[in-house]
Design a protein around this ligand. Structure first.
Ligand code: PEP
Ligand code: MN
Length: 587
C-alpha cells in the first residue's frame, strides 16, 4: 500500500505515515511529492492509496489549505494522528550553535520555532520546501554556518549533528495530521480504521446574524455530540455569511445521527461534511528515540491504475454524475463555478499588449464579469496568421489578473508549456483542436490547476467525457467542460452551438458546463442572444471574446464584442434566474 506525503525522505509527514503503517502492520511504502496538492492528486488518481496532510498545530493553528485540499479533491479522512513534532537544530559534524548564520526549514516549522530563532541574533531563517530538503541541503553544502530544523531521524538519515535539542515554542508542540483516501477506494482501503472512536469534521456556513451559530449547535447538543473545534475561516471581506471549521466527537454520518445532521442542515446556510474518521489512531506521539524508517520510498507509478469499479459500470466512471452526485464545485481564487453560481468569463481572443489586456480586464470586471480570458499561444489554421505573443503574453495576463482582481484563463497548446503556464495562469484551457491530444490531457491532469476543456469541433458528447476522464484519472478533479460549437452542414454561423449538449451533460456528468457562443456563432451580434440561451438552458457559465477595439483585433475580430456589448450581455444575464436543477430522483 502506498502513502503519499509532501517532501522527501526525512519529512515529518513521512515519519507519521510510516508510523501509521507500522502500527497496523501494513506493508506500506511512502511516495514523496513536491507539494500537498501533488500528494492529494496522487491519491485522487489511485497512484497512492493513502495520503497525509497536517490539519492543525499547537502553535500555528489551523492549516486552511489542508481542509481545502480534502474538499477540492473529494478525499475522505481515515484517521487523525496527533504527533509531537520534535524540532532539533541540526548542523554538520563539528559545527557549534554560535557558528550558525542561516536556518533552513519548512515555513510552518519556522513559525513553530519562532522564539528560538529570534533568540539567535546573528542567524536568519530561510524557508524551504520541507524538512527533508532542509536537512539534505545542509548535509550537501557541509558548511558550519548552515543549520536545518528537522526531527532526529533526519539527523540519522543525512549524517547531521544535533546543535540544539527540542527548540519548538511550545513544549508540547503537537501537529494533528489526517490520513486520507479517495472517496471511491478499493475495499481494503475502504475498510481501514472504519471502527473505533470517531470524530467528524465539517464545514459550516451560517448567516452573519446574532444567534445563528447557537441555533446550529443546538442539534449537536441534542444529539449528544461535543464540539472539539470551532474555528472561523478568514474571509476577505465582511459578507452576510460566516464560515467555520467544526469538529465533533462521534460519527455524524452514522444512521442514528441522521436527525442531528438533517436539523443542522436546516439551521445552517451550508453544511459540508468532510468525513468521519478514527480519532484514537493507535500511533504513539513521536518520542525522542526514533525509529529508522520501516517503509521503502517509491518513485511515482505511472500511468494511474484504473479506478475501483463504481456502481455506474461506465467506461468513464470518474466523470459520471453518480461519482459525485452533488456536483463538482470548482474554486478559482475568489470565484466558484458550481450549481449555485453563474460564471461570466470575458477577454480578448489574443493578448496583444499591456494596455489592451489591462483595459479589457477592468471593463470585464466593472461590467460584472468574474474571470479574464486571453490567448498567449494561439492555435491558428494558417501558419502565417498571428500566433500569439507567447510567454510575454502570459506575464501580461497574469498582471491584468492581479490588477483587476480576477482569476485568469489561457490556452495551453503543448506539454512543454504546461508547467510554466500553471505557474502564472489560474485555469488552463484545452482548445477544441486539442481535445483528443491525450498526452496533453494527461499533462494538465497533473498540473494541479483547474482545466477548461473545450469540446472538439467534431467530437461527440461521449468523446468529450472520455477526454475529461483522462484529466480526472491523473488526479485533477477540477475540469469544466465547454460547448463551443460543432461542425455541421450549416455555414451561416461559424459553427453550430449544440445547446442540447448542456442538459445532456448535466444529466450525465457532475462537471460544470460552460458555453462559448463567440466561437460558436462567430458573429458579434448573434452572441448576446446565445448567452441568454446558455444560462436559460442550464449552463454554469459562459466564456466570450471582448476587445477594446474589435476592428483592430489581431484574431477573431468578427466575433469580438465591445465593452458596451459585454456590459449588455451581463445586464441580460443578471435578469435570467439561476437554473434550478431537477432533483436527482426525477432524472
Ligand atoms: C479560443 O478560445 O481562443 C479558441 C481558440 O477556442 P477554440 O479552441 O474553441 O477554437
Ligand atoms: Mn478566438
Amino acid at each position: 500500500m502506498i502513502g503519499a506525503f509532501e517532501g522527501i525522505d526525512g519529512a515529518h509527514s513521512q515519519l507519521v505515515l510510516d508510523a501509521y503503517f507500522r502500527a497496523r502492520e501494513l506493508p506500506g511504502q511512502t511516495l514523496g511529492t513536491r507539494t500537498f496538492r501533488d500528494a492529494a492528486m496522487a491519491v485522487s488518481s489511485g497512484r497512492a492509496e493513502l495520503g497525509i496532510v497536517p490539519i492543525d498545530n499547537t502553535t500555528t493553528g489551523t492549516v486552511q489549505d489542508g481542509y481545502d485540499l480534502l474538499f477540492e479533491f473529494d478525499l475522505v479522512p481515515v484517521a487523525e494522528i496527533s504527533w509531537r513534532m520534535e524540532h532539533r537544530l541540526l548542523g554538520v559534524a563539528g559545527a557549534a550553535l554560535r557558528d550558525v548564520r542561516e536556518i533552513l526549514a519548512h515555513p510552518m516549522v519556522l513559525a513553530e520555532c519562532g522564539k528560538f530563532i529570534t533568540s539567535l541574533t546573528s542567524a536568519r531563517a530561510i524557508p524551504c520546501e520541507d524538512t527533508g530538503v532542509a536537512a539534505r541541503e545542509v548535509a550537501r553544502r557541509g558548511e558550519a554556518q548552515l543549520a536545518a530544523i528537522a526531527p532526529p531521524s533526519a539527523a540519522a538519515k543525512y549524517g547531521l549533528a544535533e546543535l540544539s535539542p527540542n527548540i519548538a515554542n511550545h513544549p508540547d508542540n503537537l501537529t494533528r495530521f489526517l490520513i486520507f483516501r479517495a472517496r471511491h477506494a478499493k475495499p481494503e482501503v475502504f475498510a481501514l480504521d472504519s471502527g473505533g472512536p470517531r470524530k467528524t469534521s465539517l464545514f459550516l456556513a451560517t448567516k452573519n446574524i446574532s444567534g445563528a451559530m447557537v441555533r446550529c449547535l443546538e442539534p449537536l447538543a441534542q444529539g449528544q455530540m461535543s464540539v472539539t473545534k470551532l474555528e472561523s475561516r478568514p474571509q476577505p471581506r465582511v459578507t452576510d455569511r460566516a464560515e467555520f471549521h467544526l469538529d465533533v466527537l462521534g460519527d455524524l454520518l452514522a444512521p442514528e445521527q441522521a436527525q442531528t445532521l438533517a436539523r443542522l442542515r436546516d439551521n445552517a446556510l451550508e453544511v459540508r461534511v468532510l468525513g468521519s474518521y478514527r480519532a484514537d489512531a493507535p500511533v504513539a506521539a513521536q518520542t525522542a528515540s526514533l525509529p529508522v524508517f520501516s517503509t521503502t520510498v517509491v518513485r511515482d507509478r505511472r500511468p494511474p491504475p484504473p479506478p475501483p469499479p463504481l456502481q455506474n459500470g461506465s467506461s468513464t466512471p470518474r466523470v459520471m454524475r453518480d461519482a459525485r452526485p452533488e456536483g463538482t464545485r470548482i474554486r478559482v481564487g475568489n470565484v466558484e463555478i458550481s450549481d449555485d453560481t453563474f460564471t461570466i468569463i470575458g477577454g480578448p481572443c489574443s493578448i496583444e499588449s499591456r494596455e489592451q489586456i489591462v483595459a479589457t480586464a477592468c471593463a470585464v470586471r466593472d461590467a460584472g464579469g468574474n474571470m479574464l480570458r486571453g490567448g498567449a499561444f494561439k492555435p491558428r489554421t494558417n501558419p502565417y496568421s498571428f500566433q500569439g505573443m507567447g510567454w510575454d503574453a502570459v506575464d501580461l495576463i497574469a498582471e491584468a489578473g492581479r490588477v483587476s482582481g480576477m482569476p485568469t484563463v489561457s490556452e495551453v497548446m503543448s506539454i512543454d508549456q504546461v508547467e510554466g503556464m500553471a505557474r502564472s495562469i489560474d485555469v488552463l484551457q484545452i482548445g477544441t483542436r486539442n481535445m483528443q491530444n491525450f498526452d496533453l490531457l494527461r499533462a494538465v491532469g497533473r498540473a494541479g490547476k483547474p482545466v477548461l476543456l473545450k469540446r472538439g469541433m467534431s467530437a461527440t458528447i461521449e468523446e468529450l467525457l472520455a477526454a475529461a476522464e483522462y484529466i480526472l484519472a491523473e488526479g485533477n478533479p477540477n475540469v469544466m467542460l465547454c460547448e463551443r460549437g460543432i461542425r455541421t452542414f450549416e455555414t451561416a454561423t461559424r459553427n453550430t452551438v449544440d445547446l442540447s449538449a448542456v442538459p445532456v451533460l448535466r444529466e450525465r456528468t457532475h462537471l460544470p458546463i460552460l458555453v462559448d457562443p463567440s466561437h460558436g456563432v462567430g458573429v458579434r451580434r448573434w452572441i448576446r442572444p446565445m448567452c441568454r440561451a446558455a444560462k436559460a438552458v442550464g449552463a454554469h457559465g459562459i466564456i466570450v471574446e471582448v476587445h477594446p477595439n474589435p476592428p483592430e483585433a489581431l484574431s477573431d475580430k468578427e466575433q469580438a464584442m465591445t465593452f458596451e456589448d459585454f456590459a449588455d450581455v451581463c445586464r441580460d444575464l443578471a435578469r435570467i434566474p439561476l437554473f434550478e436543477s431537477e432533483p436527482v430522483a426525477a432524472r
